[in-house]
Design a binder for this molecule. Structure first.
Ligand SMILES: Nc1ncnc2c1ncn2[C@@H]1O[C@H](COP(=O)(O)OP(=O)(O)OP(=O)(O)O)[C@@H](O)[C@H]1O
Length: 756
């Protein structure tokens, strides 16, 4: 049963009800918005009371379950686990901080009213007080339009701060409808939400999801769902809401197998990490491409030249061979004095033995037993008839097993190896050349060996290689458990699966390098190299996929090769595509400039429409005095915008720039390099040395395009040159930067001759 029908507004307010909670005061009576806020507050209060009640009920269920467990019977224990599981799950969901648990309301033609929220809440008679936003009944909140109203007259977005309703914004879908006292408030929630200052953390958009976004969010979970669109079209935020939707629609499957969300950088993952919890979901695993291999992390990027070699598919077999070939430091033969006879396993024999053992893609770290047996067989044959008559093979093996030299040789010749151990052997140019087997050019081999020799840490691009090696090595077998590990007598109480699952962070702990994710979401997919696709593919061998990206923003030079690797990783299956074409982030003035920049290298780039205008054109400062110009720009932006400001600079300059702006409020200003800016957004952006970022080539220009589309309000560019600036944009510049007081050689974009 729906909630009670909407009632006429003014006639309902008693003249003397000035201090009754939820009822408008005399002041509010003349302000329709205050009336509506009070009305919604009443409902929100009701929901909060009910949530408290449900929490108490969950405690009671836990107590009941524990009591049944104490009965001592097996059935009692089963019931205990079931009760506690249900109660823990419920409490976990209800206990989350639901800022704005109720955020929407729909008024239908038949005067029925539904409230929509982050989770569903039923009243005592099991009627919905709030519909979960993902429930089919809540779909009209996102799908109703003026053309196809789905019976909706008014859609309302409710904003809360803690338990308090602070504003309402309405869309009137049926302008002809008898409003019957129904007030319509505000200019629309979407624009209000887009104009709000940023905080450095992505917010959910559950209250203002647009129809075309909703279609992508609610698409079926199977196969591959591709979501494309230009900068700021909501691809990331839509992908995250889709994760929440899938977990809701098929919770049993996706909570068990897991949902993996992969993004471009650690900074990006921190930026998006609150969205799913704010939607009541925290079981999804969020990993950047540099954190996909357990035990390794990286933030350093290789130069484009080295990154291109490390990312290309042709390097995969090189890593496989490096994991299998005898490393340079291994002993080359084995000699053992046995009963006065010298037994020798020669270099070629050992090589053959190794090849045999690893045949059929057998994993190196899982083959120790097989190697041990194969070596003892070889030595037994070498020992000849006399020994074979005196000892059978198993006696011979037993004797060898007691010999220190034999065990030492095995430990040196077949040590358990980590991916890092193997990658380090490739610092040896000759060994790398052997492993390359003709797949890499001489210059590429030299570049790689030098690069690995020069660094102790790993680069982001190395992580894909480490995973390839890990796949060839297999995991190192864990040591056998100590005998008394399962001595139940030492535990006072056992925990249930539900306790463990939901007690602390709410996330399920999965084994290292877990490969069975049920759904994998890849954001900024255009940037994945073939080697990164292989790495991601290994984590979702049986998964369905959501792939999100924009080719024009790609920083990977060979999209065709990456595309082939992507298809291979995702396998065959249903494909469905969604295209988003409205830029919700960039002001029109900023996006016009960015669009001109990208058109120069990608003439058919997918360019969305920017829906907002701020009236401020981007400013361009050309000067040799980068430091003072940057300081000036940051100061100005901090005054002009409400939220956060970033200086996006070439990676090599970031430390220096951090010093330049150290005096400003670190909560509001940050420095970020051009690659780490991917996917992020700031109210004010200063782009430092655009020409250096563009590097005069197509790849760099695509990165510059990404950088220019990060601002939600204002953009300033500062550089010693401005070759990057499109001629048309130069003539369109209307707001030159404010000069330094001493005018130290700055020249401004407003002077057209500078762009010739
Ligand atoms: N329906 C919406 N309601 C409110 N805000 C929205 C909506 N759709 C998108 N946004 C906002 O627009 C901004 C851009 O969204 P998002 O980062 O998901 O875009 P994107 O397509 O992934 O961008 P890019 O490819 O440039 O990284 C975010 O601030 C997001 O919250």
């Amino acid at each position: 049963m729906p909630e009670s029908p909407a009632t006429p507004e003014h006639s309902e307010v008693p003249a003397d009800a000035t201090d009754t909670p939820g009822v408008p005061t005399s002041e509010q009576r003349v302000d329709p918005e205050a009336i509506e806020i009070a009305r919604e507050q009443e409902h929100v209060d009701k929901v909060n009371v009910r949530v408290e009640q449900l929490l108490l009920n969950a405690d009671a269920i836990t107590r009941e379950g524990l009591a049944r467990g104490r009965s001592g019977s097996f059935g009692g224990l089963v019931e205990r686990d079931a009760f506690v599981h249900v109660a823990s799950r419920r409490k976990h969901l209800l206990n989350r901080e639901h800022e704005g648990l109720v955020f929407g309301r729909l008024d239908f033609d038949n005067r029925v009213v539904h409230h929509v929220g982050r989770i569903g809440v039923l009243d005592e008679t099991y009627d919905p007080l709030v519909l979960d936003w993902r429930a089919p009944a809540a779909a009209p909140f996102y799908q109703a339009t003026a053309h196809d109203r789905l019976g909706v007259i008014r859609r309302r977005v409710i904003r809360c701060s803690g338990p308090k309703v602070i504003s309402v914004e309405d869309d009137l879908l049926d302008t002809e409808a008898e409003l019957d006292g129904m007030n319509v408030i505000g200019d629309g929630a979407l624009i209000a939400s887009l104009s709000r200052a940023r905080t450095g953390q992505m917010r959910d958009i559950v209250a203002t999801i647009q129809k075309h976004q909703d279609e992508a969010i609610r698409a079926p979970s199977d196969g591959v769902t591709l979501i494309s669109g230009g900068p700021g079209t909501g691809k990331t935020v839509v992908a995250l809401h889709r994760a929440a939707y899938l977990l809701y629609r098929d919770r049993r499957k996706f909570e068990t197998t897991g949902v993996l969300v992969v993004g471009p950088s650690r900074t990006f993952m921190r930026y998006i990490e609150r969205v799913l919890p704010s939607l009541g979901e925290d079981s999804a695993a969020l990993r950047s491409v540099s954190e996909l291999v357990d035990g390794y992390a990286a933030s350093r990027h290789d130069s484009p030249e080295i990154a291109a070699i490390k990312g290309a598919a042709k390097i995969a077999p090189v890593m496989g061979r490096a994991a299998r070939f005898i490393p340079p430091e291994a002993p080359s033969e084995f000699r053992l004095l046995y009963r006065g006879q010298l037994l020798v396993a020669s270099g070629p024999q050992l090589k053959g033995l190794r090849r045999n053992v690893l045949r059929g893609n057998r994993k190196y770290n899982r083959s120790f037993r097989a190697v041990k047996d194969a070596l003892s067989d070889l030595l037994y044959r070498e020992a000849g008839e006399r020994v074979q008559e005196e000892r059978n093979l198993s006696e011979f093996r037993e004797e060898l097993g007691d010999r220190e030299e034999y065990n030492e040789f095995l430990a040196a010749w077949w040590p358990m190896r980590t991916p890092a151990d193997v990658l380090h052997t490739l610092r040896d140019k000759q060994f790398l050349q052997v492993c390359a087997g003709g797949a890499l050019r001489r210059e590429e081999i030299a570049l790689l060996a030098e690069d690995w020799a020069a660094h102790d840490d790993f680069s982001v691009q190395d992580i894909g290689l480490l995973d390839e090696i890990r796949d060839a090595l297999g995991e190192i077998p864990p040591p056998p458990p100590p005998r008394d590990e399962f001595d139940l007598a030492q535990y006072e109480e056992l925990t249930t699966a539900a306790d463990r699952e939901y007690a602390v962070a709410g996330t399920r702990v999965r084994p290292d390098n877990y490969a069975g994710y049920g759904h994998v979401i890849i954001d900024e997919a255009q940037d994945l190299s073939p080697m990164q696709w292989r790495m991601v593919g290994r984590r979702g061998r049986f998964a369905s996929w959501t792939v999100v990206g924009d080719v024009a923003q790609s920083s990977w030079g060979n999209p065709a090769e990456a595309h082939a690797a992507m298809l291979e990783s995702m396998g065959k299956g249903t494909r469905r595509e969604f295209h988003l074409d409205t830029n919700y982030r960039s002001p029109a003035e900023v996006f016009r400039l960015a669009a001109d920049v990208i058109r120069a290298v990608v003439p058919d780039a997918d360019l969305p429409d920017a829906v907002r205008s701020t009236g401020f054109e981007p400013e361009h400062v050309i000067t040799d005095e980068l430091r003072s110009a940057t300081g000036d720009a940051v100061r100005r932006l901090l005054d002009d915008v409400e939220g956060i400001v970033a200086v996006i600079a070439p990676a090599a300059r970031c430390d220096e720039v951090a010093d330049w702006i150290a005096e400003y409020d670190a909560e509001r200003v940050s420095v970020v390099d051009e690659l780490s800016a991917k996917g992020l957004e700031y109210d004010g952006v200063v782009v430092l040395e655009p020409d250096e970022i563009a590097g005069g080539n197509a790849r760099g220009t695509r990165i510059l395009y990404v950088v220019l589309t990060r601002a939600t309000q204002r953009l300033v560019t500062i550089g010693r040159t401005a070759d990057w600036l499109p001629r048309d944009a130069a003539s369109g510049v209307e707001t030159p930067a404010v000069p330094d007081e001493d005018d130290t050689g700055e020249r401004y974009a407003a002077q057209p001759s500078l762009w010739d």
